[in-house]
Design a protein around this ligand. Sequence first.
Ligand SMILES: [Zn+2]
Length: 122
Amino acid sequence: MAAISLSIDWRCEMINKFIFNYNYDLIDDYRFPDDIEGWDDCPYCNSKPKVWIFDNGRSTGCKCNNSKYDHRTIHAESILSYYKRTNTLKGYNDQELKDNWNYWCKNGEELFKKDYKNTGRW
Ligand SMILES: [Zn+2]
């Protein structure tokens, strides 16, 4: 009898974790980015992401959610974190959130994420 592959598809993982409400149930600070056409559609809810970009964070929100505070999100390093880490704004990439989002849409994993074991490091 052939072995049955039990490898967990990341899509299954997503579907199990998030109930698709099919609406943007996000806090009001999330807005569509100005260059929305350059952002891929979420592979699950087929929606363009809204983004929340502020001094301390950059994150996405789409229609994959259980609630306003429990939703699929992709992050990028904030401008303040970058400044604290490098002591300059030189080299700060304001496209990182889009890069990370688009990479995740295509590959199912994030291009870069915060290393929570080393607080403040990316
Ligand atoms: Zn989604």
